[in-house]
Design a protein around this ligand. Structure first.
Ligand code: ZN
Length: 381
């Protein structure tokens, strides 16, 4: 047995953990930081709290509040220009995956030359990055933990990823209080993204015993708590567990990568701007049913982890997980592709682009065809 497992961030977890920000930021001895967030974080009153904490630390700062969902190369380069002009020495990223992914990408350009598109793929970043403190406000992407930044190349119409251990946040402040204001549909979509990460990383052909341990435990926690968090947003125990589940899962998928579900979701977001979590969730059950024949034993282990009763007949039991995920999507009111305004006429072109997704290389069932993709898109329609 041989594998590599990378962990970097110092994690400060718990309700009220954001109060530790002045102390953490002071520890870096920085002169100026860029605080990165979006309109939702500002509207929820979270941005104000973070800015006050940075002020308390005595560190000078500049704000970048132009984060958009599915951030583009243009937004990254615009933010990097500001950060360079302002001579920032570190980042505080507050928000969901978009804010943290954007900060990671901007950070690459602070110490590495050229355009961000040149760093797409695995391990393309040459020089170490500046300190980055990630403060998640959703429980889904695990971007606060992972070595991934997902970006849109508007010219090529693709969602691509920069995957590199150098871009991992140096500090994570995970405060479940910050997820309390998430709207119901965002809680459901981001939570389903986290469940997708757990499942895809568990069956990935890059999985190792350490990633499998994290993915399985992550799924167990997320599956139990997501319905509770969606159906009662004030359930802080469920919110706390969701945040914990995301961190545990993040360790798994940051090291084992993802698969076919993300290949489809990236393509849907690039072409039609679908929210990442919703795009994953609506195809997840069908892709898992498709993958079941390639890794039946693992499908049964996942089913057992979420408390499903098995019959001992592998041919039947391998579909228990995909059936349960379909049921969960219905319970959480996950929208179909039709409801997300994806035109059926686009399936052909979408399928061609899905086959070009590098993340497909980690999927346990190889040899995916255009017809396979179209079949799954039709089921999710
Ligand atoms: Zn994802």
């Amino acid at each position: 047995m041989s594998f590599n497992f990378f962990v970097k961030s110092n994690i400060t977890f718990g309700r009220g953990a954001s109060g530790k920000l002045p102390e953490i930021i002071s520890g870096y001895g920085l002169r100026k930081v860029m605080i990165v967030y979006d309109g939702g974080v500002k509207a929820a009153g979270i941005a104000e709290k973070i800015v006050a904490q940075v002020e308390e630390s005595g560190v000078d700062y500049v704000i970048f509040d132009g984060v958009i969902p599915n951030p583009t190369n243009e937004v990254v380069e615009n933010a990097a220009e500001i950060a360079k002009n302002e001579k920032v020495e570190g980042f505080v990223a507050v928000g969901g995956g978009s804010s943290i992914d954007l900060a990671k990408a901007v950070n690459v350009l602070m110490t590495n030359p050229g355009r961000i598109g040149e760093y797409g793929g695995m391990n393309m970043v040459k020089n170490a990055c500046l300190p980055l403190i990630a403060i998640p406000t959703t429980a889904g992407t695990s971007s606060e933990i992972t070595n991934v930044s997902a970006l849109i190349d508007t010219e090529k119409v693709i969602k691509y990823v920069v995957i590199d251990n150098k871009i991992v946040a140096s500090d994570v402040i995970a405060d479940p209080e910050f997820t309390k204001t998430m709207p119901v549909s965002v809680t459901a979509a981001t939570g389903m993204d986290a469940i997708t990460h757990a499942v895809e990383s568990y069956i990935s052909n890059m999985a190792s015993p350490l990633t499998e341990y994290n993915s399985l435990k992550g799924l167990q926690i997320l599956y139990e708590n997501l319905p509770k968090a969606v159906e009662n947003g004030a359930d802080m125990d469920a919110r706390e567990q969701m945040m914990l589940g995301c961190i545990i899962t993040g360790f798994g998928f940051s090291n084992a990568n993802l698969g076919f579900v993300h290949a489809i979701a990236h393509t849907l977001s690039a072409h039609f701007g679908l929210a990442h979590g919703m795009a994953n969730a609506c195809v997840l059950p069908y892709v898992m049913a498709y993958n079941a024949e390639a890794c039946p034993e693992k499908m049964v282990e996942l089913a057992k982890a979420i408390g499903l009763e098995t019959s001992g007949d592998l041919k039947k039991d391998r579909y228990l997980l995909s059936d349960a995920l379909l049921e969960l999507c219905r319970r959480l009111k996950i929208r179909t592709l039709k409801e997300q305004n994806v035109p059926e006429e686009a399936f052909d072109r979408l399928a061609e682009d899905v086959l070009r997704e590098p993340v497909l290389g980690f999927n346990p069932r190889q040899g995916v065809t255009k017809e396979d993709v179209i079949e799954i898109l039709k089921k999710a329609y």
